[in-house]
Ligand binder design. Structure first.
Ligand SMILES: Cc1ncc(COP(=O)(O)O)c(C=O)c1O
Length: 575
């Protein structure tokens, strides 16, 4: 069910947290995380005048120097000469450390590097033990979905341990993982049952290729997935991440039609605002400009259908009516294009990366009917919304439909290991089943397909859903989350507060009456993110959409903490 607390006119959205290195607010040193109840207090209340190593390296020290001026701290890490020195110089750790302090206190790394014997250094490997983890990281790791330059002023969080909903950093602080580590960690970090299963599995079998061989976890997992998935799905094809699963579904659908003597079905219908991953095929059916625009020349062009996103409906139009209207658009597209279309791909109920945009289950139901009528496949990408996120184990259940392809990943392993699965039906499988010489086989493979450890983690995850009242307790948690967020419904800079199960989102705008957006360049979401860090909460807004997608082990008190942090962050962000 889409809970619409506020409704006005349309807005576009930018994906990813927008990090603003020039924002004066970033100049404020981050204070230490504060926590309400559990475990040790993460506040660093040392009174010494020196920065802790973690503070210095992360640029988060609360002293006069540090990242606050946007000049010290990290800048030298991005100077190629300095980076080279970090890698090559014998004793580089100490030199770098000196450079870091120099940077933090207005000095210059180049000066502190003088006098080092580089010729000697060339023959020795780096000895980075004395560097903080964050500093070592910034010298060598290129992070996903990140403008690395941003980390000249924004701390790189170095996490050494995770438990339940909490991430523990090397500097003693801890952070509530309000976004389940990119939506993967549905049951909380290091769930004891999954950990025990993995340890047991490691003692038996780690990994084998899945061609010509099989193993117990792969078979049991396929059996269990078929048991819990919508009726009619009877075959499981494994891959190893979400994008790969989407590639599999697209190729399999196209290939099905080809094997059926319809090679002209080469196109796909995708929804505006949809996101299906970032490999070339998955990105082709993605409609989020931030990711797609640059690579457009490399991508194939889907037929784009307008999204049933309730936020985009006319003023006064219900989510259900908007869904009905968008189904008419889809019908018109199919009337023109069905003969050349292999499949329609959708994120059922919630378009997540596109801004946590939600639609009525009627749309998914209607889409299934249209696919049947026009004989095209339906691909349900439940990579983000599967495993209880929307209130049911799979989102398709709320529309009472079975897709032709169901793509699963993320929560499949409880967020412990990469794995994905594409479930399909007997009819699709049969279209590939023939003498080898017929050339009908699906010759698609990934080295880690059906990895035994990942399959075991997935089996334990399913066992937890089966044996514990996860979905029932989520109802209590999601009701609490919705109640707390209602406080934002009338906020002058909030155009929409929406929720589907354990996903809730707040749409920030400059003016709620007109839905005028904040320009993306202002990076308002970043301010919320930074305030979250101060409060010890990982919020990672999608542009101007602040959202909550916590692990299901979160308590109501922890929900209060993340909502309080977000509300405060929003106040600062819109000021
Ligand atoms: C709906 C959806 N599909 C596909 C993907 C891609 O998954 P991965 O990042 O594992 O490639 C994502 C990732 O966020 C997603 O949300």
């Amino acid at each position: 069910m889409v809970v619409k607390l506020v409704h006005a006119q349309r807005s576009s959205h930018a994906l990813q947290i927008l990090l603003d290195a020039d924002d004066a607010r970033l100049a404020r040193p981050l204070h230490h995380a504060r926590h309400d109840d559990r475990g040790k207090d993460a506040e660093d209340d040392d009174d010494d005048e020196d920065l802790d190593e973690g503070e210095a390296a992360a640029g988060t020290g609360n002293r006069e120097s540090g990242a606050g001026n946007g000049k010290g701290g990290f800048r030298h890490l991005h100077d190629p000469a300095a980076r080279a020195r970090v890698r090559l110089v014998d004793g580089c750790a100490m030199e770098f450390r000196a450079g870091l302090d120099g940077g933090m206190h207005g000095g210059d790394l180049c000066k502190t590097g003088q006098g080092v014997d580089h010729s000697k250094a060339m023959s020795t490997s780096p000895a980075p033990q004395n560097l903080s983890l964050a500093a070592r990281d910034l010298a060598v790791v290129w992070h996903p979905c990140t403008q690395m330059h941003d980390h000249e002023t924004i701390p790189m969080l170095a996490i050494e341990r995770a438990e339940g909903a909490w991430l523990h950093a090397t500097d003693g602080r801890r952070y509530l993982d309000a976004v389940s580590s990119w939506w993967t960690n549905v049951l909380g970090h290091r769930h004891p049952r999954i950990v025990a299963g993995l340890k047991d599995q490691l003692d038996r079998l780690d990994h084998i290729m899945l061609a010509g061989m099989t193993h117990e976890p792969a078979v049991s997992l396929a059996e269990k997935l078929i048991e819990v998935a919508p009726a009619g799905l009877s075959r499981v094809f494994y891959a190893d991440n979400g994008s790969s699963a989407v590639e599999v579904a697209l190729k399999m659908s196209f290939h099905y039609w080809r094997n059926q003597g319809q090679p002209g079905r080469t196109r796909f219908i995708a929804l505006s605002g949809g996101y299906h991953g970032e490999t070339i095929g998955a990105l082709s059916v993605t409609d989020v400009a931030l990711y797609r625009a640059t690579y457009a020349p490399l991508l194939f062009a889907p037929i784009l259908a307008p999204s049933p996103d309730a936020y985009l409906g006319e003023i006064g139009e219900s989510a259900r009516d908007h869904a009905a209207r968008r189904l008419l658009d889809m019908r018109a597209l199919l009337q023109r294009h069905a003969h050349e279309v292999a499949a329609i791909i959708i994120e059922p109920l919630v378009q997540c990366a596109g801004g946590m945009r939600m639609h009525h289950a009627d749309y998914v139901r209607g889409l299934r009917a249209l696919c049947d009528e026009f004989a095209v496949h339906l691909i349900a990408d439940e990579i983000a919304v599967g495993f209880g996120r929307t209130g049911t184990l799979f989102a398709c259940e709320q529309a009472a439909i079975t897709p032709d392809f169901l793509c699963l990943s993320k929560g499949l392993t409880g967020g412990t290991l990469p794995l994905s699965a594409v479930l399909t039906n007997d009819a699709v499988h049969a279209a590939f089943y023939a003498e080898y010489s017929a050339g009908k086989a699906f010759l698609h493979s990934h080295s880690y397909t059906g990895n035994a450890l990942a399959c075991r983690a997935a089996l334990e995850t399913l066992a937890i859903f089966n044996e514990q009242p996860v979905l029932a307790s989520n109802q209590v948690l999601s009701a609490h989350l919705g109640k707390r967020l209602a406080a934002l419904a009338d906020h002058a800079n909030v155009a929409d507060v929406r929720q589907t199960g354990m996903i809730a989102a707040v749409e920030l705008v400059r003016d709620r009456r007109t839905r005028e957006e904040f320009p993306a360049a202002e990076r308002r979401g970043l301010r919320v993110y930074l305030h979250g860090l101060e409060r010890g909460v990982i919020l990672r807004p999608l542009g101007n959409v602040v959202y909550f997608m916590p692990p299901y082990c979160v308590s109501t008190a922890e929900i209060d903490l993340m909502v309080d942090a977000a509300i405060e962050g929003i106040e600062r962000a819109v000021a």
